[in-house]
Structure formats: structure tokens, C-alpha cells
Design a protein around this ligand. Structure first.
Ligand code: SF4
Length: 395
């Protein structure tokens, strides 16, 4: 198979691995840009990644996956030096700044992982490439492979896909959630503790949301446990879309807004530092996040005794609980009030506060009458079509 055909196939098959909120590739073009994903960085800006599979041959049968065994699709495999050379060409043309390398499981996880590691070793030694590499660790890979992956990559990830072993059984007859995945995540953590220079960008995971009929409480509990017990840097959520000619072909797709709600509450857990029990206040009677309501607003509504907070004296954690106030505006409020009192909504608006949302939950001495009235207006509720406002954009 010619390299361009192979690239088309293996770049296209890699799109289901999530590594951040990537802009779509320029698919319908002859430009090599169609092989590049743009992913946003936590500190702002973005990076162009070459996201590709080593092979789309796979012995596993994950029911949500385009590469599952038994599907009659074209299959192909890169040789390590061929893939390393292809990446370097894109890198030298300044099209790709980093590599995201994942794979199906060709014959067994160890053999495929060895080829993936070899690819990165060729980049590091022969091509003297020192840039970013995100390397997928395959479920069931042996310790030596996990260790070497941690030595050569900036970030590694193992995809959980399902939040519990009970749900994993619905998705795969071959993968054991605890032995093949969680155990390997623990190894990564142990290796990072032993040598703090390994895997500087940490380890991540991904859930396929809705494929196993799990609820959001299942996903949140597992995600929170991974943050605390494995030291996971972050979780990604990918709304399930049925794959033709697969066991889940007739399963309904997951609405993108569910993925968005999960990212919102993940942000509350990971960035705002909300405890899990507080985040769970946003769940409805079916243990899912309501699709039509902003979860932070719901959490505030369910704890009315916390409000209003006095913006001139409240602690950081109290300010962060106000709908319409985020970490950046909280820091601005704290900095501003060191020198002068905050005494108007206009002033807060200039600090980035969404006052329409926050007014009902805050108070300051001298709050004007019209501002008090504003506080009693019905709250603005986020509409269900705001997926594009997603602010969770880490690589
Ligand atoms: S192991 Fe990975 S590539 Fe293979 S079927 Fe499962 S998700 Fe797809």
C-alpha cells in the first residue's frame, strides 16, 4: 500500500482517540494538513499534532471501535522507521509540532507496543527529535513495555472506555478492566513516583460515553478515583457513535451535549477542586447530568445556604462556587479588593464575571437597588446547544 493511502487510513482511524478539543482536520484536501489535528494547550495557544495509528489491525472486539476484529475494512500497518520518517517530514515542514501515536493490537499487545516504542526511539536517537510525544499504552502490555513507553514519551495514556468492570463486559469479551488497564495505570504511577522526570505531561485516559449504558454517576466516581489514586492528569470523554456492522450498530448515539456536561463537571472536580459529593448534587434522579442545565448553576441552587457571598470578604473557594465566577475572575477579585472595595456589578463585569448569572449569588455593601432587583430576576439557564463554548481544551 502506498504511504499516502496508508496515511489516509491510519490517520482517519486515529480520530477516535481523544487528546484534547481538536479542531477538525482539513479532510477534503490534497494538502498534508489533512493529517494534522490542532489541539489547544492548557496555558493558551495550540499545537499541531500528527495523530496516527501504527496499525488498524486488531485482535480485540471492542464493540464501539471501528478497528474491532471481524469488521471487513481495509487494514494496514506502518513499519517503525517508515512512520518515524513520515512524522519527521511533517515536522521539518513545520506542519506537525508533536506526535500522538496509538494503535490497534496487531498480534498481541507486547509486539505492537514494541513497534510503537521503536518508532519513538528512532525519532529520539536517529532523528534527534526532542519534541512532544503522546504514546498510547495498549491494554495488557507487559511491564517492560510500559516502563520503556514512560521513558520515551512526554505523555502516556491507557483508555478505560468503561467506568466499571461490569460495564466493560458489555463492550469487550477480551479486555479485563482491572488487570489489563487499571493495573498498567498503577505501574505508570509507580514509575513516575520512582523517577519524577518520567512522563512530564502525566498520564490520561478516555471514556466512551453511553456505549455501555453506564450513567454519569458511574463515570464521575471512577474519574474522581483515578485523579486521587492513580494521579491521573485528566480524563477525556467521547460521545459514543455507533459503528456500522458492529454489535452496537443499533445502539442509539450519545448526544454531544452529554459529553459537554461531563467536561464541565470534570472541570469542577479537577480545576475548581470541588469534592465529588458536591459535584454529584448536579445529578438528576436517573444519576445523570441534566442536559439542559448548567451543572455549576444546579450545584449552587441546591446549596442555597452558601449564598449570597460577600465579594469583598469571601474566601477563594466561596467565590469559585458562584455561578458566573471562574478561577480567573476569582483571582482578579482577590487582587482588586486588596487595594479598593468592589462596589458595582460593572466593575465585576470588567473582571470577567458573568454578572447576569452571578448577581443572585453575590453581595457587596452598597449594592444598588436595581442590582438587587436584577438578582431576583429568573436565572439565565444555559441552552442545550452550547457545545462549542467548551472551555476544556487541554492537550
Ligand atoms: S483494542 Fe483498541 S483498536 Fe482494538 S478494538 Fe479495542 S479499542 Fe479498537
Amino acid at each position: 500500500m502506498r504511504t499516502t493511502h496508508k496515511l489516509d487510513l491510519l490517520v482517519n482511524a486515529a480520530q477516535f482517540d481523544t487528546c484534547g478539543y481538536s479542531s477538525p482536520r482539513q479532510k477534503d484536501t490534497n494538502s498534508p494538513l489533512k493529517y494534522i489535528y490542532r489541539a489547544a494547550l492548557p496555558e493558551g495557544g495550540s499545537v499541531c499534532l500528527f495523530k496516527v495509528l501504527l496499525t488498524n489491525v486488531c485482535v480485540n472486539d471492542c464493540a464501539y471501535c471501528v478497528n474491532q476484529c471481524g469488521r471487513d475494512i481495509p487494514r494496514s500497518t506502518f513499519q517503525p522507521d517508515e512512520l518515524a520518517g513520515t512524522f519527521m517530514e511533517l515536522h521539518q515542514r513545520r506542519l506537525a509540532q508533536g506526535l500522538f501515536l496509538s494503535s490497534g493490537i496487531g498480534v498481541n499487545p507486547n509486539q505492537t507496543m514494541e513497534a510503537m516504542i521503536k518508532t519513538v526511539q528512532i525519532l529520539r536517537s536517529r532523528h534527534e527529535y526532542k519534541g512532544y510525544v503522546h504514546l498510547k499504552i495498549l491494554p495488557g502490555a507487559k511491564f517492560d513495555c510500559v516502563e520503556e513507553a514512560c521513558r520515551v514519551a512526554n505523555r502516556v495514556s491507557l483508555n478505560m472506555e468503561a467506568p466499571t468492570a461490569h460495564h466493560m463486559v458489555k463492550l469487550s469479551h477480551k479486555k479485563d478492566l482491572f488487570n489489563d488497564i487499571v493495573e498498567r495505570m498503577r505501574w505508570v504511577k509507580q514509575l513516575m513516583v520512582k523517577d519524577n522526570k518520567l512522563v512530564p505531561s502525566g498520564q490520561t485516559t478516555q471514556f466512551v460515553v453511553g456505549a455501555a449504558d453506564e450513567d454519569d454517576r458511574d463515570i464521575l466516581r471512577t474519574t474522581d478515583a483515578l485523579y486521587h489514586e492513580i494521579g491521573l492528569r485528566r480524563a477525556y470523554f467521547s460521545a459514543f457513535q455507533p459503528v456500522s456492522r458492529s454489535r452496537l450498530e443499533g445502539h442509539p448515539p450519545t448526544p454531544l451535549i452529554r459529553e459537554h456536561r461531563l467536561y464541565q463537571v470534570d472541570w469542577l472536580l479537577r480545576v475548581y477542586g470541588f469534592p465529588l459529593r458536591e459535584v454529584e448534587l448536579a445529578l438528576d434522579e436517573t444519576d445523570n447530568l441534566p442536559l439542559k442545565k448548567d451543572p455549576k448553576l444546579l450545584i449552587a441552587q441546591r446549596q442555597p445556604w452558601l449564598f449570597p457571598v460577600d465579594v469583598n470578604t469571601a474566601g477563594r473557594d466561596d467565590l469559585l462556587r458562584v455561578p458566573g465566577i471562574g478561577p480567573v475572575s476569582t483571582d482578579r477579585i482577590i487582587r482588586t479588593r486588596r487595594d479598593s472595595r468592589i462596589d458595582s456589578l460593572t466593575q465585576m463585569q470588567k473582571m470577567g464575571v458573568v454578572t447576569k448569572r452571578a448577581a443572585k449569588y453575590i453581595w457587596f455593601q452598597g449594592m444598588l437597588e436595581y442590582e438587587k432587583q436584577l438578582a431576583f430576576l429568573p436565572e439565565a439557564e444555559e441552552e442545550a446547544n452550547t457545545v462549542n463554548s467548551l472551555a476544556v481544551v487541554l492537550l
